[in-house]
Design a protein around this ligand. Structure first.
Ligand code: GDP
Ligand code: MG
Length: 762
C-alpha cells in the first residue's frame, strides 16, 4: 500500500481533508516520544487503497518547533510515496512558503489547492495550469469542506511517478553556495541533498551536526548569517512568480479577511474587543441571569424581583418532587426567577436526567432489599459521585464549543498575536495564552493545548500555572464558601469575593511564571512568527469532531478515576478501622475522621488546622485532601459531613448552607476561609489533571511540578491567613525581614563589613 503524507499550514483545512479522505478509518495516536497528535487512516475511494498520514500543521521546515521537526523527519526518514501539500488558496503567497521548501526534497509532491469555494465566492479565480507550470508539480483545485475535487486529487496523486528530484526556487548569489553544500551532502550519501544544503545555508542546527558540516558551513557562510537572506529570497520569488495578482484572473483590492483584521487586531481596540468576546462567552456559559434581565428589572423597579417557581407556590423541587411535577421541573431548567444562559440550561436539563436516573436506581436498590451498606455504596459512593462529576459536562462542553469556534474561524491565532507583546514581559510567548484561558474551563484540555509551545521550559512553566486559572470544578468551592462568608461575616457580595479569588489566582500565576522564568525555567522566548490564517465560517461537522476529540479524553479519564476515588472515599467514611460499617450518623469514628485528625495539624499555619479543635475541625483538612482526587469532592465532603454534625440537616444545591454550618461550628475566621479557597485553587489539581500533566510535561519535570504545587499552595494559604489574621504582627515582621534582606544584599555587594566570628586578628 502506498503512503501519502498530508502537509500544510495550520488552519489550511488539513483535518477537514483528512476526514474527507479517510472517513471513519482514522486512527489517532502520538508521534513516538512526543505528545503531538498522529493521525493515520486509509483512503479507499481510488483505484488502489492508500495510507494517509496527517503531519502536524507547520509554516516551515526549520527546526524551531516539535511540529516542524516531526514533519521534516517523517518525510526524510520514512520516505512516503508522496506528499499532498494542502494550500489555502485564499492565502496563496503565505502558504507557498512551505511549498517551496517541500519542493526541495527528493519526493513526489502534489499541491491540493484548497478553499476554492471561498475563492469563487468572492468572485476570484486562480489560474491553476499557470501555477502548475510554474512549480512543476501537479496542482488540483479542491474544496475539502464541500468534498469537491477530491477524487481527481487522489487519482493524480496515485498516478505520480515514484521518483522526483528536488528543485529550489533560490538562485542568484545563493546558487553557488547551495551547489557547494549540495555536493557535500551528496558525497555523504544522504537522501534529498538539495534540501539539506539549503537548510545548511540557513545555519540549521540539525544539518550542522553532520560530520564535517561545520567546516563547509563556515566556508560558504564566511561568517554571515544567511537565514534571513534565504527567507527573503523565497518570499521575493514567490511574490514575483506566484503572486496572487499574477495567478488570479481578477483581484479584489483588500480581502474580506484583511478588512476584518483591521478592526480585530487593532493596536488599541484589539484587546478590549477580545475581553468583551471572552466575557460574552463566559456569560453564555455560566450566567444564571442571562443578559442581566433580572438585575435590570430589579434596578428599574427599585428592588423588585421576577417571580420564582417557589413564589408561584411550587416549592423547592427536591428529588421526589421532580417526579410529581415533571412540567415544572422541566420549566425550571430554563427559568427560575431569572432566565438562564444556554450553558446553565444544558446543565440543568442534563442534571434533571441524571436525577431521574439516580432516583430510579435508588428505588431499584430499595426494592431489591439491599443491605444498608450496599445501598449506601450504590447511592452515595457510586451514583452520587459519578453524577456529581458528569453534571459539569454540559458546561465544559459549551465552553469548548465556543473556544472551538474561535479557533476554527482563525480568531484565536489573532488573539495570541495581540497578546504576545504583553506575555513577552512575563517570559512567555503569546501562544501560552490559549492554554491559560482554557484552564478556566478545565485543566485537562488546557494542558494538552500547551503542545503548541516550542520551548520545553516555557511549556513546563505554563502547565504548572494552568491550575491557578480556576477551573469549573473549583467554582462550587468558591461560591459555597463565599456564600457562607457573606451570611456569617456580613460581607456584601458573593460575586465580588468570587471575582477577587479568580483575580488572586491569576496574580499568583503571573508571579510564579515570572519567578520560574527567571530561575529554574529559564529560556529564550522563541520569536512568534505566526502567519494569520484567513477567517472561515467553521464547518458544523468539523466542530462536532473537534468537540468529540477534546471531550473523549476528558470523559474517559474522569470516569475511571472518579469512579475509583468516590468508592474509596465512601469506604473511608463509612467504615471503622476494625472494618465494621457505621452508617452516616457516626462518622466521627470513621477511618476518614481519624486520618483527618492526624493530618489536621499540617494546616494550622493556613488557619484550618489544629486551631479549629478536633471535634469537627478536621473536616476542612479532609475536604482539602479529598479535593486532590476531584475538586468536586470538597463540597461533596461537606455535604456528607454536615449530616453528621447536624442530623436531619437539609442542604441546598449550592452548598452554601453546608459551608455556613461548617464555618460556624468550627470557628473559622474569614482569613482562614480565603486561605482555604486559595489553597484548593493552587494546590495539586485533581487526579485527572495530574495524570494529564504527567503525560504532557517534558521528561523529568513531573516530580518538581508536584512539589511546586504543594509549596505554592502552602505558601499562598499561609500568607493569606497570616496577613489576614495578624496584619499588624505581620507588618512588624515584614519590616524586620526587609531590614534583614537589605543587610544581606548590602553585605553581598561589599558595601558593609560585618565583624567576622571566630578568628580575631591581633
Ligand atoms: P487544519 O488546522 O489545517 O486541520 O484546518 P481545519 O481542517 O481544522 O480547517 C480550518 C477551517 O477551515 C475550518 O473552519 C474548516 O471548516 C475550514 N475549511 C476547511 N476546508 C475548507 C474548504 O474547502 N472551504 C471552506 N470554505 N472552508 C474550509
Ligand atoms: Mg486541524
Amino acid at each position: 500500500m502506498k503512503t501519502f503524507a498530508l502537509a500544510g499550514n495550520p488552519n489550511c483545512g488539513k483535518t477537514t481533508l483528512f476526514n474527507a479522505l479517510t472517513g471513519s478509518t482514522a486512527h489517532v495516536g502520538n508521534w513516538p516520544g512526543v505528545t503531538v497528535d498522529k493521525r493515520e487512516g486509509v483512503y479507499k475511494g481510488g483505484a488502489e487503497k492508500v495510507a494517509i498520514v496527517d503531519l502536524p500543521g507547520i509554516y516551515s521546515l526549520s527546526p524551531y518547533t516539535p511540529e516542524e521537526v516531526i514533519s521534516r523527519n517523517f518525510i526524510l526518514d520514512e520516505k512516503p510515496d508522496g506528499i499532498i501539500n494542502i494550500v489555502d488558496a485564499t492565502n496563496l503567497e503565505r502558504n507557498l512558503y512551505l511549498t517551496t521548501q517541500l519542493l526541495e526534497m527528493d519526493v513526489p509532491v502534489i499541491v491540493a489547492l484548497n478553499m476554492m469555494d471561498e475563492v469563487e465566492k468572492v468572485g476570484d479565480s486562480i489560474d491553476v495550469p499557470a501555477l502548475e507550470r510554474a512549480i512543476g508539480v501537479p496542482v488540483v483545485a479542491i474544496s475539502a469542506l464541500r468534498k469537491s475535487g477530491i477524487k481527481e486529487l487522489m487519482g493524480r496523486a496515485i498516478a505520480m511517478p515514484a521518483k522526483r528530484r528536488g528543485a529550489t526556487v533560490l538562485g542568484g548569489a545563493l546558487a553557488s553556495k547551495i551547489e557547494r553544500a549540495k555536493q557535500f551532502f551528496a558525497a555523504t550519501g544522504v537522501s534529498s541533498p538539495l534540501f539539506h544544503a539549503v537548510k545548511m545555508l540557513e545555519g540549521d542546527e540539525i544539518e550542522l551536526r553532520h560530520d564535517g558540516a561545520k567546516q563547509v558551513y563556515e566556508e560558504i557562510s564566511a561568517g554571515h548569517d544567511m537565514e534571513a537572506a534565504v527567507a527573503d529570497e523565497r518570499y521575493k520569488y514567490i511574490s514575483a512568480h506566484f503572486s496572487t495578482a499574477k495567478l488570479k484572473k481578477q483581484k479584489s483590492a483588500l480581502t474580506r479577511s484583511d478588512r476584518v483584521d483591521k478592526v480585530l487586531t487593532h493596536r488599541v481596540w484589539g484587546l478590549p474587543i477580545f475581553a468583551v468576546i471572552l466575557f460574552v462567552i463566559f456569560h453564555l456559559t455560566f450566567a444564571e441571569d442571562l443578559f442581566y434581565i433580572n438585575t435590570i428589572y430589579s434596578a428599574a423597579t427599585g428592588g423588585g424581583a421576577l417571580p420564582t417557581f417557589g413564589d408561584m407556590g411550587y416549592g423547592f423541587l427536591g428529588d421526589s418532587e421532580i417526579y410529581e411535577n415533571f412540567g415544572i421541573a422541566l420549566a425550571a431548567c430554563f427559568y427560575d426567577g431569572a432566565v438562564f444562559s444556554p450553558g446553565v440550561i444544558l446543565t440543568n436539563l442534563f442534571n434533571l436526567l441524571l436525577n431521574y436516573i439516580s432516583y430510579g436506581i435508588g428505588l431499584g436498590v430499595e426494592a431489591a432489599g439491599a443491605a444498608e451498606w450496599a445501598a449506601s455504596l450504590v447511592n452515595d459512593g457510586i451514583v452520587g459521585g459519578i453524577t456529581a462529576v458528569l453534571g459539569f459536562l454540559p458546561q465544559i462542553l459549551t465552553l469548548f464549543l465556543f473556544f472551538s469556534i474561535l479557533e476554527d474561524t482563525g480568531y484565536m491565532a489573532r488573539v495570541a498575536f495581540i497578546l504576545d507583546r504583553i506575555f513577552r514581559r512575563f517570559g512567555l510567548s503569546g501562544r501560552a495564552f490559549m492554554p491559560m484561558i482554557m484552564g478556566f474551563g478545565c485543566s485537562l484540555p488546557a494542558m494538552i493545548n500547551t503542545r503548541t509551545l516550542a520551548d520545553d521550559n516555557e511549556r513546563t512553566a505554563t502547565i504548572r500555572v494552568i491550575p491557578f486559572f480556576s477551573c469549573g470544578a473549583k467554582l462550587p468551592i468558591l461560591t459555597a464558601i463565599a456564600g457562607g462568608m457573606c451570611q456569617l461575616f456580613g460581607l456584601p457580595s458573593v460575586e465580588l469575593i468570587t471575582f477577587c479569588m479568580y483575580v488572586l489566582g491569576i496574580i499568583t500565576a503571573v508571579i510564579c511564571v515570572i519567578v520560574m522564568r527567571a530561575t529554574t525555567m529559564r529560556g529564550a522566548v522563541p520569536p512568534f512568527i505566526m502567519e494569520l490564517p484567513a477567517y472561515h465560517i467553521p464547518g458544523f461537522k468539523n466542530l462536532m469532531l473537534h468537540l468529540w476529540d477534546k471531550t473523549k479524553h476528558f470523559v474517559k479519564k474522569a470516569f475511571t478515576i472518579i469512579f475509583v476515588s468516590t468508592v474509596l472515599i465512601w469506604f473511608l467514611q463509612s467504615f471503622r478501622w476494625n472494618w465494621t460499617y457505621i452508617g452516616a450518623d457516626d462518622m466521627g469514628e470513621s477511618i476518614l475522621a481519624s486520618i483527618g485528625q492526624f493530618i489536621q495539624p499540617i494546616f494550622t499555619p493556613l488557619g484550618f488546622g489544629s486551631q479549629l479543635g478536633t471535634q469537627y475541625g478536621w473536616v476542612f483538612a479532609v475536604a482539602a485532601i479529598t479535593g486532590l482526587i476531584a475538586k468536586e469532592n470538597v463540597i461533596a465532603t461537606f455535604t456528607v459531613l454536615a449530616a453528621m454534625i447536624a442530623p436531619g440537616f437539609e442542604g441546598t444545591e449550592e452548598g452554601v448552607e453546608e459551608a455556613v454550618l461548617m464555618i460556624s461550628s468550627t470557628g473559622m475566621t474569614p482569613a482562614a476561609c480565603i486561605a482555604f479557597i486559595m489553597f484548593n485553587m493552587t494546590t495539586i489539581p485533581c487526579f485527572a489533571a495530574v495524570a494529564t500533566a504527567k503525560a504532557e510535561l517534558p521528561a523529568g519535570k513531573f516530580g518538581g511540578t508536584l512539589v511546586f504545587w504543594l509549596v505554592t499552595s502552602y505558601l499562598v494559604g499561609t500568607a493569606i491567613y497570616t496577613v489576614g489574621n495578624w496584619w499588624w504582627t505581620v507588618f512588624i515582621w515584614l519590616v524586620v525581614a526587609i531590614a534583614a534582606a537589605a543587610v544581606i544584599v548590602l553585605y553581598n555587594l561589599g558595601k558593609i563589613n560585618l565583624p567576622k566570628w571566630g578568628k580575631r586578628r591581633a
